[in-house]
Design a protein around this ligand. Sequence first.
Ligand SMILES: [Fe+2]
Ligand SMILES: [Fe+2]
Length: 163
Amino acid sequence: MSNARQNLIRILQNAHAGELAAAFAYRGHWKSLKSGAAECEGIKKIEREEWEHRENVARWLVKLDAQPRPLREKMFWTIGKTIGLACYVSGWFFPMYFAGRLESKNVQEYVDAAEYAKELEMKECFDEMMEMSRVEGEHEIFFSQTVATHRLLPLTRRFFHWS
Ligand SMILES: [Fe+2]
Ligand SMILES: [Fe+2]
């Protein structure tokens, strides 16, 4: 098996589990917000997009003759559920900040996947990876704009390097 193919499969397996954690975390996140909160609809939309990403990723894994890794899926299921619950007690700011920070990593993850797809001359896969990267970029912008004026941002940013 070529390196590019192996690398692409590895990224997709990670993303498949990562999207599961993200979707559950966002579900907990919007549910934990005060009803009528301005950010609620935005985060619901992001949750839907993470489920779509997971379906896309699953489809490409099948085409590459590969599967999600069961242990990783279980781990990320737990992580997603835990973060979702933590949103109820962590206050408004931190779930927004760390979501944004995570999204910035996802942008790069799908660009890397697209590069391997290109190497493998999988044009359709390349296009879909770039499109998912673009959507992750929108998610990042959503969260960065949401926290932009928050009083905790300057300090948090110094420790965790995002935004
Ligand atoms: Fe995603
Ligand atoms: Fe995302």
